[in-house]
Design a protein around this ligand. Structure first.
Ligand SMILES: NC(=O)c1ccc[n+]([C@@H]2O[C@H](COP(=O)([O-])OP(=O)(O)OC[C@H]3O[C@@H](n4cnc5c(N)ncnc54)[C@H](OP(=O)(O)O)[C@@H]3O)[C@@H](O)[C@H]2O)c1
Length: 339
């Protein structure tokens, strides 16, 4: 597979988002299936594995640690801190909390290292900027972890270009991880360029639009009751029905190019910049191999222009996040730019 630079690492152009094995889209898969997907990714040449403290409230890091520890030298391990499950009410129920205080980040790193069964995490992201804590303080704590040899590099997730630059002044930021796909173009406003200027890799999460661009999800009423897409405005039945109309022209382009819809979405991202590394998530070995195949798909400028015109912030119906989730991110949006 083609390789891309990420901080001090050279990684496969397509990484694996491990979240889906334990979190987000319905019930977690079995331990056996999780293991099959992780090892199949390694066999297929994937060398960037992405997890987080948050995913499955630690269960995803535990899975990755158990399955991957004997292969530790073969891949770049990325995890995240600053957003985790906390027993806020003292009733044993964990709720998602954003907390970027230095002491919390130090403790979370110890917990991540233990669950991941490793001495050092290659790339440790601040999952969300905690707006109660200056970014300099959170990144300063991560810089201390680099100096202590517990992490090798620092990443940020869902930050604006301005926040990235402030953070980068404290310590080089190896990667920014933010949602980017044909249907989520916010990074094109400023962050992609800021990353290019600073030598920071851009890791594109939800690169196949949480399944939309794969074409298999045609009926959102089939989603599990706990599937987080149920709370996303674009997946509300009316909005999704409108968005599905876009797939007719999209599938036609995929047929012309000679690739699958998922591969078209990933190849489009790879063509948008040498510093972009998509991390699709999947629970299926078949889908994983399909995704990895995108690294070999060539798109010419005319095809990219047709895709850009077909699916973009003006043609997609519905914002990507609910108002609550939107308030938790720092990324520039087309709506705020227009206001
Ligand atoms: N930093 C953050 O805040 C943040 C937020 C969200 C996600 N992430 C990271 O990004 C990774 C990927 O994002 P994501 O999972 O939200 O979205 P995604 O990769 O765009 O989409 C995942 C969905 O697409 C389906 N899919 C994937 N490949 C497919 C294929 N070839 N054919 C058909 N269906 C396919 C999967 O279903 P199947 O399981 O059936 O394949 C799953 O439902 C996560 O695992 C996580 O590591 C980070």
């Amino acid at each position: 597979m083609q390789q891309r630079n990420l901080g001090p690492f050279s990684v496969s152009a397509i990484g694996l988002g491990c979240m889906n094995l334990s979190h987000a889209y319905g019930a977690p898969v079995s331990a056996e299936q999780g293991e099959r997907v992780l090892l199949a990714a390694l066999d297929a040449g994937v060398t960037l594995f992405d997890t987080a403290t948050l995913y499955g409230f630690g269960a995803n890091e535990t899975l990755v640690g158990r399955v991957m520890k004997s292969h530790r030298s073969r891949f770049t391990l990325a995890s995240k801190c600053g957003m985790q499950g906390v027993d806020v009410a003292g009733d044993g129920k964990l709720v998602r909390v954003i907390d970027g205080r230095p002491a919390t980040l130090r403790q979370t790193c110890e917990d991540s290292l233990r669950r991941l069964q490793t001495d050092v995490i290659d790339l440790y992201y601040l999952h969300r900027w905690d707006k109660q804590v200056p970014i300099e303080d959170s990144v300063g704590a991560l810089a201390d972890l680099v100096r202590a040899g517990k992490i090798r590099s620092i990443g940020l997730s869902e930050v604006s270009a301005a926040t990235l630059r402030r953070a980068h002044a404290v310590h080089p930021i190896a990667a920014v991880q933010t949602e980017y796909s044909l249907w989520t173009r916010n990074p094109e406003i400023a962050v992609l360029d800021a990353c290019r200027d600073l030598g920071t890799a851009f890791v594109a999460f939800s690169p196949v639009a949480r399944g939309f661009l794969c074409g298999e999800l045609t009926d959102v009423s089939t989603l599990d009751a706990k599937d987080i897409r149920r709370a996303m405005p674009r997946f509300a039945p009316d909005a999704y029905a409108a968005n599905l109309q876009l797939l007719t022209g999209y599938r036609a382009i995929a047929r012309e190019v000679g690739c699958t819809p998922a591969q078209l979405a990933l190849a489009w991202l790879l063509h948008k910049g040498e510093h972009i590394i998509p991390i699709p998530g999947t629970t299926s070995v078949e889908h994983l191999l399909d995704d990895v195949g995108a690294a070999g798909v060539q798109l010419d400028a005319a095809v990219i222009a047709r895709l850009d015109a077909l699916i973009n912030e003006r043609t997609v119906v519905g914002p990507r996040y609910s108002a609550q989730s939107a308030s938790e991110v720092d990324t520039e949006t087309f709506e705020s730019r227009a206001a």
